[in-house]
Design a protein around this ligand. Sequence first.
Ligand SMILES: Cc1ncc(COP(=O)(O)O)c(C=O)c1O
Length: 365
Amino acid sequence: MTDMSDLIRESVKQIKPYSPGKSSQEAKEELGLEEITKLASNENPLGPSPRAIEAMQEAAAEVYFYPDPVCRDLTQALAELCDVDPEGIVIGRGSDEIIHMMGLAFVNPGEEIIYSDPPFALYPMTTAIMDGRAVAVPHRDLTHDLEAMTAAVTERTKLVFISNPYNPTGTIVTADEVARLMDVIPDHVIVGFDEAYYEYVDDLEYPDCLEYVRQGRKVVLLRTFSKAYGLAGLRIGYGIAPPEMARALKQVREPFNVSGISQVAALASLQDPDQVQRSFQLVQEGKQYLYEQFEQMGLDYVPTQANFIFVDVGLDSRECFDGLMRQGVTVRTGDIFGLPTYIRVTIGTMEQNRKFIEALRDVLN
Ligand SMILES: Cc1ncc(COP(=O)(O)O)c(C=O)c1O
């Protein structure tokens, strides 16, 4: 008899299951808590724009129709916002799906995908699914080592992923660093600039990678409605690329991949930039508070350009996690990133931030 496991592709068996952390419901049930402060997944506690909620309510009655398969209105709005050719926009179920499409469209078995270690989970997952070869380049001081990543390029390299800001540390690579990479990167390599946290960045050294798209360079930019737009649960993100590359991504896309509700909510969110500004301000205020508190506690943290902070709590992060969770606060532990004394905490509302700090002080004492 054939063993079930013999039916599964070897590369799929190697995939480490995505570790989403405990759901709020699980945590509540296990600990008998009324409420969980979830600071584990870099979500936006302000939630969506009221305009998006209204648009979703209106669209709800129409769900018996299949959605617009080409997301025409949203594509047009994003092309205007980004000042790029609409042919170069690809909408997906989160930027996760665009990463997956990049694997399907570009990576032949055995080709190399370069990323910084620790990576965002979707890069190794896509590599494995495509039977690609993962080239994980160690971080340097908790940021991308772009020189080492450039040096790792070979004739077999197909893709380089750069998470900018970097999840889990919140650091960025600068315009100059990216320009140096783009000057020398060989022609057969596609660079994926993953800008999931783009709207939170205030560092003037941050690169304008859209310019590489406009120049027709072999790049794909990834952005999302999950973070600053507060639509994580809808699953909607997008890629921006030169039209010829975007066409390849669309060829591997499932028809009707993005629901009609997601499309109208995203479009309505774009029409409410004030909500994004409020989300940005919330993170600015929260990060100043958290920095001060970490400093008072003598904890090293990584100054962030995203909506989360990576902080060294000086003890096993799983222990810290358990202690925080008993008080109803969840964060992400650093062990999954190979940095076992760190935790990654999402910047929440001021009330959530205070609750987290109170719980953390308790755990560390
Ligand atoms: C670096 C990075 N890229 C991509 C994503 C995916 O976001 P989504 O699929 O929700 O658009 C995330 C989500 O946490 C992320 O941290």
